[in-house]
Design a protein around this ligand. Sequence first.
Ligand SMILES: NC(=O)c1ccc[n+]([C@@H]2O[C@H](COP(=O)([O-])OP(=O)(O)OC[C@H]3O[C@@H](n4cnc5c(N)ncnc54)[C@H](OP(=O)(O)O)[C@@H]3O)[C@@H](O)[C@H]2O)c1
Length: 348
Amino acid sequence: MHFRRAGAARTIARMQTYLYPDRISLAALDLVERPDPAPGPHDVVLEMRAASINYRDVAIARGDYGAFAAPLVPLSDGAGVVVARGSAVTRFSVGDLVCPVYVPDWIAGSLQEGFARRRLGGPLDGVLAERVRVHEADAVKAPAHLDAVEAATLPIAAVTVWQTLFADDGVRPGDVVAVQGTGGVSLFTVQLARAAGCRVLVVTRSAERHAELERLGADVLDANGDWRARLLALTHGRGVDRFVDVLGDVARLVPLVRVGGTIAIVGFVETTHTTLDLPATIRRGITLRAQSAGSRASFEALVRTLEVTKLRPKIDRVLPFERARDAWPALERGRPFGKVVIAIGGSR
Ligand SMILES: NC(=O)c1ccc[n+]([C@@H]2O[C@H](COP(=O)([O-])OP(=O)(O)OC[C@H]3O[C@@H](n4cnc5c(N)ncnc54)[C@H](OP(=O)(O)O)[C@@H]3O)[C@@H](O)[C@H]2O)c1
């Protein structure tokens, strides 16, 4: 869109962006106009096609995820088409579908001091905007077989799962992986672990989702029943090789993981604090592995994995840009099966 600024002789291109203008709260979230971003020598400008919401965004809006300063553009995950690029850009061409990475400083290897300080969607501006400028080092080309809505689901949840399952001491074919829930992280865990030849056990409260989970290749445990006994029975009393804990249930997972196995501490949907039975954890030689997102290299490996396996993210619903605010309650209270995505510029 173009408009003539009062007193200005030339036409300034403008775009729309969502913004927490002066405080971080869903009630304050506003849709405003800003000048189009222009690329510096190493930047690309993305015309955003979709953005997706994570548990983190809900927690930020509630004030439960640290204190970030306004003004702030929300949401970490998105996909957009390169519409302009700086003179020195080599990684991307105009027309490429690209995802900004969530932790821009984490290129490869393990997490280092300082990496976590800069994250999209807080404290850095996020992607819920018509146009976004990003340094070429801080973006990844989307999987060739995915559309923008699908690609927008990848940067946090799928990259975290890839890092949790495969980075460093990763799972092997034949391993048993368990996860609770049917949210974004949980479904990527099912899909990627199955693709790697693992057996996957999913603990869910949602009886109506059993058949769909089984279609994805999971064995389903009913969270309302004695699922712990069932897990032990299914693993012949041995326990699972890796439990991906999205709830914060780590203390009660120790007896459910095999001796020498791993609990990946990924989320805290139910609780942010826990008390651990240290003697039992030590006796069983359990590795507790806290996971905080993933590197660009893991994102690129995820892209290759998806292209080879032709896996597609599960999408629960797609909202239009004008109704982006509905994404917060949709994730918090709508019990989505898969990702909640906002289409930008009529991409679906
Ligand atoms: N560490 C990282 O890098 C990283 C990255 C991404 C996400 N996370 C964290 O991982 C967690 C999950 O994220 P997500 O995006 O997958 O969340 P989500 O989409 O909201 O899914 C959470 C799932 O947990 C299950 N659940 C069980 N008890 C629940 C309860 N009391 N309230 C709500 N849900 C409950 C639900 O599945 P059922 O209805 O099937 O039981 C729900 O689908 C969050 O804590 C998030 O912050 C961490």
